[in-house]
Design a protein around this ligand. Structure first.
Ligand SMILES: *Cc1c(COP(=O)(O)O)cnc(C)c1O
Length: 421
């Protein structure tokens, strides 16, 4: 089986662990930058292309700042994410605010930051107007319904809670045009972790055709189309990366045939990917605490699903490397577990690995997106630290590990002594 490589040696990681005890997430800055540049380059055919990094995938200001220096904006969906973008120095139309079921205070902040506001529902036009006032640029999220097949993580578009129907789009843009809004964008996102380039070509085609129809029907001009995030990564070592060249060739062809041929160019293409940008370049580093031999062999780690819940949540595959044993034959079958009182707290089930012993360093791959971010405190588990492996090999602590004091901070122990029971 092909092996996935690590950006550090055994000696390097042992040295890092001496200073920062396991478990922690570590991100590879060099690889993130190289990937960001290659991603951007594949879209150079489109003048004005911009990627808005989906903050929810890895909400850390250091990662956002690195990506900002590579020309990326931020895709935010909540008040805290908007504030994090602002604190990182990302404001104005470098923020895409793609939220749903949105509270008024979030709209107020998005409006104050002059972010691009991407509405999820037709009723939000009125809600936004009353809570924050209408902006000069508006975007709507389209849900193509039965026109498009979804995939496992996101489900069928008709079942999804997101977006406007086709009829609502026409009505929504008409309402905004009549309220004197002159700048328009359109958005859709119907896939998650999709590796087929053609899927995104079809998504772009659907939006291009819709733009032609809406532009002509309402006599408005679109500035951008946002094809969302959802570009997948090869979690399994035998999987291939998405072919960005083929994807761009396909989208460009449709752009010329539909947008340019109808006199609607130029229109800027936007993406809001998270997983593709940081996913493969983050690693969850952990140690084996216990080996347990009952009806099966269990390798219990010092990390648990609170550090990475994708395997438990979706049955997702995450590749595992045992540091220093890469070349040993993988003859032993383990369930690799965490310590939660939940039997689905397993990073892998029936995984063939080298023989494990307590103290071994275990690295879980592709934890750089929707990894730390999905963490939680169930069972009193504390969130781990986040480290950044710099291009010169040094390490920066970009988020400290939580302490018990952090966990207790919202509890009112002072009131307990006078609490009469
Ligand atoms: C989650 C999400 C993204 C990012 O998805 P990835 O799979 O990480 O690329 C982008 N846009 C919206 C609206 C999302 O909900």
């Amino acid at each position: 089986m092909p092996e996935k490589l690590l950006p550090f040696t055994k000696e390097q990681i042992e040295k890092i662990i001496k200073k920062y005890p396991t478990p922690f997430h570590i991100y590879d800055e060099k690889a993130i930058r190289e990937n960001a540049r290659a991603f951007k380059k594949s879209f150079t055919w489109n003048n004005g292309f911009k990627e808005f990094f989906a903050v929810k995938a890895a909400p850390n200001p250091y990662l956002m700042k690195i990506l900002h220096t590579e020309g990326f904006g931020a895709d935010c969906s909540s008040l805290a994410e908007l504030l994090m973008a602002e604190k990182t120095g990302i404001t104005g139309e470098e923020i895409m605010f793609s939220s749903n079921d949105t509270p008024a205070e979030d709209f107020l902040l998005a409006k104050r930051l002059q972010a691009i506001i991407n509405l999820d529902d037709i009723s939000h036009i009125d809600y936004l107007e009353k809570s924050a006032g209408l902006p000069s640029l508006i975007c709507f999220r389209y849900n193509p319904g039965p026109l498009k097949k979804g995939n496992v993580i996101i489900g069928h578009p008709e079942e999804a809670k997101y977006g406007f129907t086709r009829e609502q789009l026409f009505e929504g843009y008409r309402i905004c045009r009549d309220k004197d809004i002159k700048r328009f964008g359109i958005h859709t996102m119907v896939a998650s972790n999709e590796l087929d380039a053609q899927y995104f070509v079809e998504t772009a085609e659907i939006l291009f055709e819709l733009i032609v129809q809406i532009s002509h029907a309402l006599n408005i001009r679109f500035e951008f189309i946002n094809i969302g995030g959802g570009i997948g990564i090869p979690y399994r070592p035998e999987q291939a990366r998405i072919d960005l060249t083929a994807m761009n060739r396909g989208i460009k062809e449709k752009y010329e045939k539909i947008i340019a041929a109808n006199g609607l160019a130029p229109i800027k293409l936007f993406t809001e990917c998270g997983r593709y940008i940081t996913g493969p370049y983050g690693y969850l580093v952990s140690r084996v605490l216990h080996i347990k031999d009952t009806y099966k062999q269990f390798a219990g780690l010092d990390a648990c699903m609170a550090n990475l819940m994708r395997p438990a949540l979706y049955g997702a595959y995450h590749h595992i490397t045992v540091v220093g044993k890469e070349k040993q034959s993988h003859d032993f079958m383990y369930d690799v577990t965490g310590s939660l009182c939940e039997n689905n707290d397993k990073f892998a089930i029936d995984r063939m690995l080298p023989k494990l012993e307590p103290g071994n360093i275990v690295v879980i791959h592709d934890a750089g997106a929707h990894g730390y971010a999905m963490g939680f405190n169930y069972n009193g588990k504390l969130r781990s630290a986040e480290l950044l492996l710099r291009e010169d090999g040094s390490v920066t602590l970009i988020r400290r590990a939580e302490t018990v004091e952090d966990y207790f901070a919202t509890l009112n122990f002072q009131g307990l002594s006078t609490f009469k029971v």
